[in-house]
Ligand binder design. Structure first.
Ligand code: CTP
Length: 218
């Protein structure tokens, strides 16, 4: 428990989103939600009241102090998050939000044909960036970056362009880090210029490191 989180409200997004193509198919990614759920747990255990906006995840979440708001699509995740953000002291965007969604969702199952099939996709809303533009003094915003090259440059770019206070970088080049692993290896980039690299460790311990920094930045 940390007295500095007492009475604080936190918004956490986690998991993937699913963008329907037709009644039986969707576009998604390999996110399990594990990292974001671990952060929600850590914030709640330290005394924050947490709203967890969670995309489709097979991990059951039953954590005292964590209210789960289940969503499916990027648009639903945006709507839920935007509704909660004005009241939040801390927002951690750990979800792997689909960057694109089909322009049209077929109400009938799409039948195969002999030739190739093209899908027209449109950009979804960037939740982190949108909330960053609405951020008020006293609100702390945390984003994630998953990169496989020029990691630092891209992470610093996201810190700036999304108006975040902290970016958690996952490098795809690090072994045992990222989707589907129980461990993760992260580097934190803070608005004040600090860069902190942690070793590979279980995701719950990574979450504790991230929440430690959040508490210091509050
Ligand atoms: N994010 C979001 N809404 C989106 C897309 C991303 O809130 N529609 C958030 C993620 O939760 C994460 C961060 O933005 O905190 C990731 O940034 P993004 O630019 O999507 O990163 P990558 O997908 O790694 O970016 P790129 O396409 O630039 O490689």
């Amino acid at each position: 428990f940390n007295p500095r989180l007492k009475g604080k409200k936190a918004l956490v997004t986690a998991g993937p989103t699913q963008e329907a193509l037709d009644p039986v198919r969707y576009i998604s990614n390999h996110s399990t939600g594990q990292m974001g759920i671990a952060i929600a747990r850590e914030l709640a255990q330290n005394g924050a009241a947490v709203d967890l906006v969670l995309g489709p995840s097979s991990i059951p979440v039953n954590i005292p102090g964590v209210r789960v708001i289940p969503v499916i699509t990027a648009e639903e995740m945006y709507e839920a998050s935007a509704g909660i953000f004005p009241e939040a002291d801390i927002a951690v965007m750990a979800a792997a939000v689909s960057d694109y969604a089909p322009v049209t969702v077929s109400s009938e199952k799409i039948k195969k044909d002999s030739g190739a099939l093209s899908l027209e996709l449109t950009r979804t809303r960037d939740i982190l960036k949108t909330l960053g533009e609405r951020k008020k003094a006293g609100q702390l915003l945390v984003g994630f970056a998953l990169e496989n090259r020029d990691e630092k440059t891209y992470a610093l770019g996201k810190l700036e362009s999304k108006h975040a206070d902290l970016i958690v970088l996952n490098s795809l080049n690090d072994e045992g880090a990222g989707f589907g692993f129980d461990t993760n290896q992260v580097t934190l980039f803070e608005k004040g210029g600090a860069e902190i690299r942690f070793g590979r460790k279980p995701k719950q311990e990574v979450a504790a490191d991230i929440v430690d920094r959040i508490i210091k930045l509050l």
